[in-house]
Design a protein around this ligand. Structure first.
Ligand code: NAI
Length: 465
């Protein structure tokens, strides 16, 4: 039996691609070695967001007194919390399994390998299964990078996976890497009562985001009294009393030791592009394991495609899903199918939240635009005040000459939802004036987007411009 397409990997790139292929009438199989849903559903986006909303509730309960509501000190039943999180994961992954089945996608459990451009070999529990196919879609994702001296052991040295299923709450956590995972999970633990400390190699947090966002997050951590070491490198660790002692080069050759109970090492992710038989078939895979693809997400070898984290940054679920839809369309014969977004939104569920889409101010300048920016702080938003969350702002980046929106960057309450407006505006090629003249409901947080656009033209109403 031959398939039209075999997708290797059932994460948000692979399962979306497989379902769309089936919708388009293509006979499709998806090969998965672990659990359906990939990192995102099992040990990434979804479980982390469950813990983040629980931690946020703890925080809100603590601050309810400001609103005149006394709830007392919240108590965390960790076992129950993790159980609740696991239930959400099980519900979602079960749902994806059901969708695959009902769409007629065959799920093959086992590790897949590309034997030739028309043959996938799967190591199943029953032995090797050979599957003939017209197309192969590689959607094998990525894994956490391990740094020297900090091999993940699940006890003292955690990756994000262990941090999502702790057996107990550590008293003190040292976080290596002040990126997305370190800050998201670090702030969850802080809200649950853990003391955190951040060690970041570069001279700023959240590299790659608009520099104003990094600065604002730095200020916010300072206010929370979270120690942050920039330009610092963790060198090693040893057991010490009840906990461990981590040796850190904190700059100018200075070496300091910090006591903690666990280390969360979150220094980025590496693609799973090697060992799949791709190079042997003539597919280009770089030394890090990224698979080279064109705008259609086709590799150089006809019939072999790649999507998701394995094709490069940004390693985001929604980017992988969008690539999956592109490839499904291309396989089904859409000659115009291409992955060509104007902006891919990025959302970071920190406290406060961060969201961004399009060019940063620095990127816009590098590309030669005469840049204009506008900003609106949430402290001037009535809705933000009523939520007791006035930290942060919305920043609009535009081309001064044409007024075209180039990027939008936000930090503050619910910005992970607000960024959808910016993404749509970018895709639609809107100007800042379009944003400013769109009526936004009052009182909402989204008004901050309109006011930031107005501020760019020097005429926001609720702040002095
Ligand atoms: P990241 O790339 O966001 O951050 C890693 C940080 O570690 C960087 O700031 C880097 O400079 C630093 N670093 C690297 N080596 C170091 C060393 N030896 N010592 C100290 N610092 C060092 O990577 P992260 O946080 O691990 O996340 C991986 C990927 O997962 C992200 O790039 C993102 O694509 C994805 N992700 C996305 C989320 C979201 O969209 N909300 C949430 C979690 C992950």
């Amino acid at each position: 039996m031959s398939f039209d397409a075999v997708v290797i990997g059932a994460g948000p790139a692979g399962y979306v691609c497989a379902i769309r292929l089936a919708q388009l009438g293509r006979k499709t199989a998806v090969v998965e070695a672990g659990r359906v849903g990939g990192v995102c559903l099992n040990v990434g986006c979804i479980p982390s967001k469950a813990l983040i909303s629980a931690a946020r509730l703890v925080d809100r309960a603590k601050h309810a007194e400001t609103m005149g509501i006394r709830l007392g000190e919240p108590e965390v039943d960790l076992g129950k919390l993790i159980g609740w999180k696991d239930k959400i994961v099980a519900q979602l992954t079960g749902g994806i399994g059901h969708l695959l089945e009902k769409n007629g996608v065959e799920l093959v459990a086992g590790r897949g390998r590309v034997a030739s451009p028309n043959l996938v070999e799967v190591e199943t529990a029953q032995g090797v299964r050979r599957i003939e196919t017209q197309n192969i879609v590689v959607a094998t994702g990525s894994r956490p990078i391990e740094i020297e001296g900090f091999a993940f052991d699940g006890e003292r040295i955690w990756s994000s996976t262990e941090a999502l299923s702790p057996k107990s709450l550590p008293k003190r956590m040292l976080i290596i890497g002040g990126g997305v995972i370190g800050l998201e999970l670090g702030l969850v633990y802080r809200r649950l009562g853990t003391e955190i400390r951040i060690v970041e190699f570069l001279d700023r947090l959240l590299p790659g985001l608009d520099a104003d966002l990094s600065k604002e997050m730095g200020r916010s951590l300072k206010k929370k009294k979270v120690p942050v070491h920039l330009g610092a490198r963790a060198r090693g660790w040893k057991e010490s009393g009840e906990g461990i002692e981590v040796e850190v080069e904190t700059g100018n050759g200075k070496i300091e030791s910090f006591d903690c109970d666990v280390v969360l090492s979150s220094v980025g992710r590496a693609p799973n592009g090697k060992g799949l038989g791709l190079e042997e078939c003539g597919v280009e895979v770089d030394e890090r394991g990224f698979v080279a693809v064109d705008r259609r997400r086709a590799t150089k070898v006809p019939g072999i495609w790649a999507i998701g984290d394995v094709t490069g940054q940004p390693m985001l679920a929604h980017k992988g899903s969008a690539e999956g839809l592109t490839v499904a369309a291309a396989i089904a014969g859409d000659a115009g199918a291409a992955f060509d977004p104007v902006g891919i939104p990025g959302v970071v569920f920190t406290d406060p939240e961060i969201a961004t889409v399009g060019l940063t101010e620095e990127e816009a300048k590098e590309r030669g635009f005469e840049v204009a920016t506008g900003k609106f702080p949430f402290r001037a938003s009535g809705r933000a005040m009523s939520l007791l969350e006035t930290e942060g702002w919305v920043k609009v980046v535009a081309d001064k000459e044409s007024d075209r929106l180039l990027g939008i960057h936000m930090i503050g309450p619910e910005v992970t939802e607000l960024v959808a407006e910016g993404t749509l505006a970018l895709e639609a090629g809107l100007t800042v004036e379009d944003l400013a003249m769109t009526i936004h409901a009052h009182p909402t947080l989204a008004e901050a987007v309109m006011e930031a656009a107005e501020n760019l033209h020097g005429r926001a109403i609720h702040i002095l411009n």
